[in-house]
Ligand binder design. Structure first.
Ligand SMILES: CC(C)=CCC/C(C)=C/CC/C(C)=C/CC/C(C)=C/[C@@H]1[C@@H](COP(=O)(O)OP(=O)(O)O)[C@]1(C)CC/C=C(\C)CC/C=C(\C)CCC=C(C)C
Ligand code: ATP
Ligand code: MN
Length: 341
């Protein structure tokens, strides 16, 4: 669905406003340095910080890490720094200390974010991100919005409808798309509008998060959380009780088919943007898209049992996806986004 069409959900319109702002900013700033974030004397420390970011990424998410190895060295470091900030933000509400996290702690985390964006990082990992945001036209808003998503997660464990869920997905994952596009870069020869490329990045984040939610239904229920839209469950004659009971029934299969179809629509929307990215960034993004999309296939292969079985993509399948992503990244005949009118 086109985000600014009259049929769009209120959340989609709200998020599209952020997309427009990001696009306008990139057009204005280009690749100009915003401020010298890190004094040159600290170069060694900075390199050490980036290396540490890479190690953390490798430790937490092998597949992401694999994707980053396909990037140019400079972009790889930037994505590692962004990854680590996102991971640390997520850990505040999902990690071992999550029970002690208060809104005040999130406010403090946000203050640290504001500081690093003006070149005053709190620690070395913040320092890596401070350097990254001084080199690429990355805006602070998606970072603030991700923290907002964590605030929401502290107080909300049910979603009335897709509109509510969409906003949550934007906060925790669509934002990652908006943070990544300025690092990946848009191809100089692209005719697509900047906002359409941001929109595709946003769609990839939403698609990943919807997939993540569908994969983790059982795990989330174990924590008392149901991310699935309540009105859609009801439409299929299902409720929270069915989720806590964890039985795969025909009603559940029909519901899941619908949910998977929607997640695939967001992946399709994202695909349109990949060819508009800088040519060196297409392979890692295609690889990432193909790998994550296969989780949906794996849920189907598990006969929709996402209560007790964790859908995953095996090592062999992951490796096979890399050449196929490469072929797509270099083939020019993939449908492209329409240029700005
Ligand atoms: C190339 C590439 C994939 C770059 C992005 C790398 C990056 C900065 C990742 C950060 C991920 C992160 C830690 C986010 C925090 C919030 C969160 C946990 C979101 C979910 C990720 C998966 O985490 P996990 O399964 O570990 O979650 P739990 O264990 O359940 O807590 C998400 C599903 C979101 C991931 C979203 C993306 C990777 C967005 C990708 C979009 C782009 C790279 C834009 C590409 C551009 C175009 C034009 C298509
Ligand atoms: N290529 C990718 N594209 C998008 N998201 C990804 C990708 N790879 C991993 N992720 C996200 O990062 C999360 C962290 O990865 P996770 O630790 O769960 O598994 P992994 O390390 O990628 O895989 P494995 O340990 O099975 O090799 C994944 O659950 C997924 O949400
Ligand atoms: Mn994980």
């Amino acid at each position: 669905m086109i985000a600014d069409s009259p049929a769009a959900l209120p959340s989609q319109q709200k998020v599209y406003d952020v997309v427009l702002k990001q696009a306008a900013l990139v057009e204005k700033l280009g690749k100009l340095e915003k401020f010298p974030a890190i004094p040159v004397t600290n170069r060694d420390l900075l390199e050490e910080a980036y290396t540490r970011c890479g190690e953390i990424c490798a430790e937490y998410a092998k597949t992401f890490y694999l994707g980053t190895l396909l990037m140019t060295p400079e972009r790889r470091k930037a994505i590692w720094a962004i990854y680590v900030w996102c991971r640390r933000t997520d850990e505040l509400v999902d990690g071992p200390n999550a029970a002690h996290i208060t809104p005040t702690a999130l406010d403090r985390w946000e203050q640290r974010l504001e500081d690093l964006f003006v070149g005053r990082p709190f620690d070395m990992l913040d320092g890596a991100l401070a350097d990254t945001v001084s080199k690429y036209p990355v805006d602070i808003q998606p970072f603030r919005d991700m923290i907002e998503g964590m605030r929401l997660d502290l107080v909300k464990s049910r979603y009335k409808n897709f509109d509510e869920l969409y906003l949550y997905c934007y906060y925790v994952a669509g934002t990652v798309g908006l943070m990544s596009v300025p690092v990946m870069g848009i191809a100089p020869e692209s005719n697509a509008s900047v906002e359409s490329v941001y929109n595709a990045g946003l769609a990839l984040g939403i698609a990943n998060q919807l997939t993540n939610i569908l994969r983790d239904v059982g795990e989330d229920a174990g924590r008392g959380r149901v991310y699935l839209p309540q009105d859609e469950l009801a439409k299929f004659g299902l409720s929270d009780e069915d989720i806590f009971a964890g039985k795969v029934t025909n009603k559940w299969r029909a519901f899941m088919k619908d949910q998977i179809t929607r997640a695939r629509m967001f992946f399709k929307e994202a695909e349109l943007g990949v060819m508009e990215l800088d040519k060196d960034s297409r392979w890692p993004v295609w690889a990432s898209l193909l790998l994550y999309q296969q989780i949906l296939d794996s849920i189907e292969a598990n006969d929709y049992d996402n209560f007790k079985r964790r859908a995953y993509v095996g090592k062999w399948k992951k490796l096979v996806s890399l050449p196929s992503a490469y072929v797509r990244a270099i083939s020019p005949d993939v449908s492209r986004l329409v240029p700005m009118s």
